[in-house]
Design a protein around this ligand. Structure first.
Ligand code: MYA
Length: 449
């Protein structure tokens, strides 16, 4: 790859964007954070200070009821107006994905963009119990143009065994031209108001940026499925000591899957998979509790977005795995229009369910073997669906297979936050030097889109 300064800068941005670092952690910077007092907005919110000692887990402020919450939206500058985005209306849905596709994440040279689709939004923003009022937008009063968005969906969390009625906040986005104008705090206060009005006081959210205060930190990992294409579009560099042929050989997967009984999940499987899934999730300290209806939505609710598979042996389902698709559009490239990207979502296996302790060496070894096999097959399925890279995080039991299956640690970290809830830290699957913690794994059992 040529290394003129522009090219090098671009490459660096791209690596940051998808965090494909080929396992090179030497350039990792320690995440910078301000002092708590310098977070002008966050210091006013019910969140823990950095390194605050937690005595008891639970709500920070539980003094209010919906009647104490204002009925009117927060004031905005007169050029702007609030809107509730009706994503069942094709034009309004279009407004959201134009905003996100153009402003959510993009490298500076406008070479790549997330290619959010209608199907993706219908799946991610309309789970059972969704509220229209929780799809909050800001429009320019004169033109009606949507320039900011934030969303909440209802979820039930379980934090170390305690159920917490919450929302998940996602897709916060402000048009590039309106950045650094303190619109974010207003959007957050407005969505908080709308959620509080429904008598919900806690939220889960994730961000790459460090805010007060993460309860867990996970790291991205990337498994190239089509190394030549990733290289050709400038996503991944050729290491100095390797040839292209060697890199292609390194990442070549077997021709077909080889787990007997592996097949796409069907509606008829839901009862069995639901029980297996709940039994498996029980091991983690932070999970989302799904109703059966939610389970169907999240795992079977959107063709071409969510892919779910099971392993069935003599009528019994022993394993379940799912991943979702969120491609990048490649702009201005003569050869490629799109990069296919798969994201590991939830999975479950009965491999170690017979053990009392998941860290028992025999339990670890049996689950590790099973997961390596299963996820390797999932990578093959993803490759056959024309995905070019497969992403996973260091959460769940993923550290048991990430290194073995050639997932390279990314430059990106994801911080997990709870709003208005104090909790002891939860391990995110990382050691002190930020490599994957194979021994202790992670106790984060929630996967955020
Ligand atoms: C009970 C119900 C509760 C519901 C609410 C729960 C909380 C939900 C919280 C939201 C969860 C979102 C989950 C996701 O969707 S994370 C995804 C975030 N989106 C993107 O990265 C897309 C591209 N970026 C943008 O659109 C903008 O850069 C954003 C909107 C991110 C910031 O725009 P801008 O750069 O123009 O900033 P500002 O001048 O308006 O505002 C500056 C203030 O905002 C604080 N800031 C910056 N980034 C984030 C961030 N990602 N979460 C929370 N706070 C953030 C910052 O520390 C500062 O506060 P303080 O340092 O002075 O204190």
């Amino acid at each position: 790859m040529s290394q003129d300064p522009d090219q090098a800068k671009k490459l660096q941005e791209l690596l940051k964007l998808l965090s494909l670092s080929n396992g090179d952690t030497s350039k990792l910077t320690v995440q910078q954070r301000k002092k708590f007092e310098e977070y002008k907005f966050w210091r006013t919110q019910p969140v823990a200070r950095f390194d605050e000692k937690v005595d008891n887990e639970g709500p920070i402020d539980s003094s209010r009821t919906p009647a104490d919450i204002p009925s009117e939206p927060y004031p905005l500058l007169k050029e702007f107006e609030w809107c509730t985005v009706d994503i069942t209306n094709p034009q309004e849905l279009e407004d959201v994905f134009v905003l996100l596709n153009e402003n959510y994440v993009e490298d500076q040279d406008a070479t790549f963009r997330f290619n959010y689709t209608r199907e993706f939004f219908n799946w991610s923003l309309k789970p059972p119990g969704w509220h229209k009022e929780w799809h909050v937008g800001v429009r320019i009063r004169d033109s009606g143009r949507l320039v900011a968005f934030i969303s909440a969906i209802p979820v039930t969390l379980k934090v170390r065994g305690k159920e917490v009625k919450s929302v998940e906040i996602n897709f916060l986005c402000i048009h590039k031209k309106l950045r650094a104008k303190r619109l974010t705090p207003i959007l957050i206060k407005e969505i908080t108001r709308r959620v509080n009005k429904c008598d919900i006081w806690q939220a889960l959210y994730t961000a790459g940026v460090v805010l007060p205060s993460p309860i867990a930190v996970c790291r991205y990992a990337h498994r190239p499925l089509n190394w030549s294409k990733l290289h050709e579009v400038g996503f991944t560099a050729l290491p100095a000591n390797a040839s292209k042929t060697q890199m292609i050989a390194k990442y070549t997967l077997p021709k077909g899957t080889d787990t007997p009984g592996l097949r796409a999940m069907k509606y008829e499987d839901v009862d069995q998979v639901f029980d297996l899934f709940n039994a498996y999730q029980d091991r983690f300290d932070l999970v989302q509790v799904f109703t059966k209806e939610e389970f169907k939505h999240w795992f079977l609710g959107a063709d071409t977005v969510i892919y779910s598979y099971v392993v069935e042996t003599e009528g019994k389902i022993t394993d379940f795995v799912s991943f979702y698709s969120l491609p990048f559009t490649v702009l201005n490239n003569p050869m490629y229009k799109e990069l296919g990207i798969g994201y590991l979502f939830y999975y479950a296996s009965d491999a170690d369910l017979g053990f009392d302790d998941r860290f028992d060496p025999a339990a670890t070894s049996t689950l590790k073997k099973r997961l390596n096999h299963l996820i390797s097959d999932v990578c093959i399925i993803a490759r056959d669906l024309k995905m070019d890279v497969f992403n996973a995080m260091s959460c769940q039991d993923n550290t048991l297979f990430l290194d073995d299956l050639k997932f390279g640690p990314g430059d990106g970290f994801l911080n997990f936050y709870l709003f208005n809830y104090k909790a002891f830290p939860i391990s995110g699957g990382l050691t002190d030097d930020n490599s994957f913690d194979v021994k202790n794994r992670s106790n984060v059992g929630v996967v955020m889109l």
